[in-house]
Design a binder for this molecule. Structure first.
Ligand code: ATP
Ligand code: MG
Length: 432
């Protein structure tokens, strides 16, 4: 049974959290009514509401949780809405015909609607109860133990992500003081920070992402262990890190994310290849330019491509591999491919770049030479090469950091706009 905040005045949730040992002790939430939280049902995805309603009709508990609620409370547009329930994945699948179960580590249900996927997670239990034994490194590899709502709450990452919204009663259930933290713009991990990061080091990246995106302060105990645990990221699969890096750099505050990742020594573990370059002005300038432009494009709701981001991040290591390969007196084709492969192989040790991303990076980098040198017999063809636009944009960013490239960037800008007469003249005027 849920007790109201009036019934429980002495912060019972903290007492309960401290005593999460073998014998689970129930936690009781504060109840935050609509007149305080002011969430309007109209702002919640109709599909998420349908899922909650349907689960409840079938006799289960169901709440909207996570980023959707957090962002609504901050007057931001939620990226998605997640649902938490006591229904088991197989039960969810039976209830919704448009549902698929995903995930090996913890089974989740995805309920599909025309343009939206609602992620439905069954309440998880605390660690002690069963099969989710941490490995020697402290990492949880199996996590599929189901529990009650008050167990589920302590499995979540940050207090601001652990508010459960009940659309029927229009109340928020707050077990961990998340509402107050949110109002104070405070990021606080649930439970002991070291243990929680050891269980899942990606939580350190999530801390950085939310702090940057929401402009929140990370609580002292939440941030303190990050630098010393940063190398735990190496235990995370490189495919998962690729997804997380994209979330980090596409959150709309990529440059701020980069600064925080560097400050907490996480960046050098995500991109060990860049560690020797982090004190190099030209590298930092290019990364800053690319990340700030990504932020601007996201703000303007323009499309962004992952290859562009990685082409910028890895450009200077790639140029160094080119310089090394040149000394081997290979043809320019082999020099290029040798440097490309060495760069991408080294970067992929921590972050797996999908093949289509690698191919686009290759096209962007390959065209840089043609764009810079503007050979009379190739300029026309260059414009029709795959990913010319991305390569040209990349040249513009390089030119922002390198004055020598500015006249060349301007030439290409004029060339693309030029009519047939001017077009031919511009080619003839190129000095070979
Ligand atoms: P957004 O969707 O805006 O990126 P979010 O907080 O909703 O942010 P999701 O990845 O959608 O993030 O996860 C939904 C919820 O699941 C989170 O709010 C959090 O409560 C919980 N969660 C997600 N990942 C973890 C994790 N690694 N450890 C603990 N809890 C997590
Ligand atoms: Mg979410």
């Amino acid at each position: 049974m849920i007790k109201t905040s009036k019934q429980k005045k002495s912060k019972p949730y903290l007492m309960g959290l401290k005593s999460q040992t073998k014998h689970h002790q129930a936690l009781f939430p504060k109840i935050i009514p609509k007149k305080i939280h002011q969430i309007s049902k109209a702002d919640i995805s109709k599909n998420a509401m349908k899922v909650v309603t349907h689960l409840k009709e079938m006799g289960f508990q169901a709440y909207i949780v996570g980023g959707g609620i957090r962002d609504l409370l901050l007057n931001m547009e939620p990226k998605d809405f997640d649902v938490a329930t006591d229904a088991r994945p197989e039960q969810i699948k039976r209830i919704f015909s448009n549902c698929r179960l995903i995930g090996r580590r913890f089974r989740l249900a995805h309920v599909y609607f025309y343009r939206e996927i609602i992620e439905v997670a069954t309440f998880r239990a605390t660690r002690e109860v069963g099969s989710n034994v941490p490995t020697q490194k402290g990492l949880i590899i199996r996590d599929n133990v189901f529990g009650n709502i008050d167990e589920d709450v302590v499995r979540r990452d940050f207090t601001i992500n652990a508010l459960y919204y009940d659309p029927d009663q229009e109340i928020l259930l707050d077990f961990v003081n998340g509402y107050e933290d949110l109002k104070k713009k405070h990021m606080k991990i649930i439970g002991d920070a070291i243990t929680r990061y050891q269980e899942d080091p990606v939580r350190m990246l999530r801390a950085i992402r939310f702090a940057a995106k929401l402009n929140f302060k990370i609580d002292a105990a939440t941030k303190k262990p990050i630098p010393q645990l940063a190398e735990k990221l190496l235990s995370i699969s490189s495919c998962r890190l690729y997804d997380e890096v994209l979330k980090l750099f596409y959150c709309g505050k990529a440059y701020q994310v980069f600064l925080l990742l560097c400050r907490y020594q996480l960046f050098e573990h995500l991109f060990p290849i860049l560690k020797p370059y982090l004190h190099q002005k030209k590298t930092i300038e290019l990364i800053e330019t690319v990340l700030k432009s990504t932020d601007l494009r996201i703000q303007q709701q323009k499309p962004v491509i992952a290859a562009f981001l990685f082409a910028g991040l890895l450009w200077f290591p790639f140029l160094d591999f080119i310089a090394q390969s040149k000394s081997e007196e290979l043809s320019s084709f082999y020099t290029f491919h040798s440097a490309l492969n060495q760069t991408l192989r080294k970067a992929s040790k921590t972050i797996t770049l999908p093949n289509y991303v690698r191919k686009t990076i290759q096209d962007i980098w390959w065209l840089q030479d043609y764009l810079e040198h503007r050979f009379q017999n190739t300029v026309k063809r260059t414009m029709h090469k795959p990913h010319f636009r991305a390569a040209y944009d990349f040249l513009l960013y390089r030119a922002q950091c390198n004055k020598k490239l500015q006249p060349i960037a301007k030439w290409w800008k004029d060339f693309q706009k030029a009519g047939p007469d001017k077009y031919q003249k511009m080619i003839e005027n190129l000095v070979q």
